[in-house]
Ligand binder design. Structure first.
Ligand SMILES: [Mn+2]
Length: 418
């Protein structure tokens, strides 16, 4: 843990009027009666007090420590990209996964209310037994209320450490703040001024620590005949150089740091040359071809642009063009299928549930589900486990009549996908 962070914790205890924190209920009560005011044609909510925000942030970081700071991120010559997490879920579980919020607070609150109505959250905002809430990243930018969204999501995770999970999206990156932030975003001043928290701590650094605490992917597994089947939740897709197979096979390991590598994973090379399984051999050859084509892009890409956050599965992806400017890796359904074939050993990766786009998409093989951004459609998804076999689980779309729309956000979203 960095010394600046520990120092901040000490100072916070001395100066914050909120050191006991508010409950989730208390926060919602504070914001449930939105007062929107017209400001230069944009609708904005009341500004959230910075000290409350950073109080919650510090409590969150002390419970869910971020990866060590960037300069200490090295493992040999490979920078760490973040961590992936693995959990076991009971059959008959219900998982609520939601796509990008992008500063749209009414969407988040309506979703919380909806989860209460279907019994996934109780009325104290505890996630109920056999339920999970997974937020797929891109909480900030585009809309005006990023700060409140982060505050509520941190509180949700603090109160439900085993049942609510926060993933990192490609917008959870401080370097993007200036270029993609809504001009009326209540976080804008934190990035654009040289203001220091409590006179010494740059706000941007605190927020960066939060971003680094977010998971790159969550693997939720259910046991079936002694084997595990997993759903991957992630904002984007997967980095093809990450040896997921090893992680899924090690039943006693629940968390792993993912490092950026500029070589194809050892497993892919081994499989291409050694396996007798023609399916995996073919998959390895296909993936190696993609890797060779994008090796230059991977080598020059900063760690924050890794494919857990950025990549997409696109049915129309051209077979020879895997890398798109400002989008990163775009893989066809066939290549995605090859990845599934490759990583499946005794344990199986069965489906990926991702976000990062604005319409619902289901790949033809049913392996990749893309949930749309909330701001545009106000849609919500539940994954119901009525069978021990994940591939039989149903993805249900629930359309919520929200009432409150931030038209400006929606309009911007159509212009700036991702
Ligand atoms: Mn995105």
């Amino acid at each position: 843990m960095s010394s600046i962070f520990l120092n901040a914790m000490e100072r916070l205890n001395a100066v914050s009027p909120y050191s006991e924190g508010l409950s989730f209920k208390g926060m919602l009560k504070k914001w449930d009666d939105f007062v929107y005011v017209k400001q230069s044609g944009f609708r904005c909510c009341r500004r959230l007090d910075d000290r409350l925000f950073f109080d919650v942030l510090l409590r969150y970081l002390s419970t869910f420590p971020p990866l060590t700071r960037y300069e200490n991120f090295q493992h040999g010559s490979r920078p760490a990209l973040g961590t992936v997490h693995k959990i076991t879920v009971a059959k008959n579980s219900r998982i609520h996964a939601h796509g990008d919020y992008h500063g749209d607070l009414p969407s988040l609150i309506k979703n919380m209310r909806f989860l209460q109505s279907v019994g996934i959250l109780d009325f104290d905002f505890k996630v109920t037994e056999n339920a999970l809430v997974v937020c797929l990243g891109d909480y900030v930018h585009r809309g005006p209320e990023s700060k409140k969204i982060l505050c509520l999501l941190m509180q949700l995770r603090l109160e439900n450490p085993d049942r609510a999970f926060l993933l990192r999206g490609n917008h959870e990156e401080t370097e993007l703040a200036n270029s993609w932030m809504h001009p009326q975003d209540e976080m804008y001043h934190l990035f654009s001024s040289s203001e220091l928290l409590w006179g010494f701590l740059p706000a941007k650094e605190m927020i960066e620590l939060f971003y680094r605490s977010l998971l790159l992917a969550l693997y939720a597994g259910v046991e079936k005949n002694g084997k595990m089947e997993y759903i991957q939740f992630s904002h984007g897709l997967f980095p093809i150089y990450y040896d997921l197979h090893n992680f899924l096979e090690q039943n006693q390991v629940n968390e792993e740091t993912v490092y950026q590598e500029n070589n194809l994973s050892k497993r892919i090379l081994d499989l291409a040359s050694q396996t007798d399984d023609p399916v995996r051999q073919k998959a390895a050859i296909k993936l190696k071809r993609v890797f060779d084509a994008i090796a230059f892009n991977l080598a020059t890409q900063p760690g924050c642009a890794n494919s857990f956050l950025w990549a997409d599965c696109d049915q129309n992806a051209k077979t020879q063009k895997y890398w798109e400017k400002n989008r990163g890796l775009i893989l066809s359904e066939k290549i995605c299928k090859a990845y599934f074939d490759l990583v499946s050993g005794n344990n199986n990766l069965v489906v990926i549930v991702k976000a990062h786009r604005h319409i619902y998409e289901r790949s033809p093989h049913g392996k990749v589900h893309t949930l749309p951004a909330s701001s545009l459609n106000d849609l919500s998804y539940l994954i119901s486990a009525d069978s021990p076999k994940i591939s039989d689980w149903k993805v249900d779309l629930i359309k919520i009549p929200f009432g409150i729309k931030i038209a400006v956000t929606a309009k911007r979203m159509t212009l700036f996908i991702g």
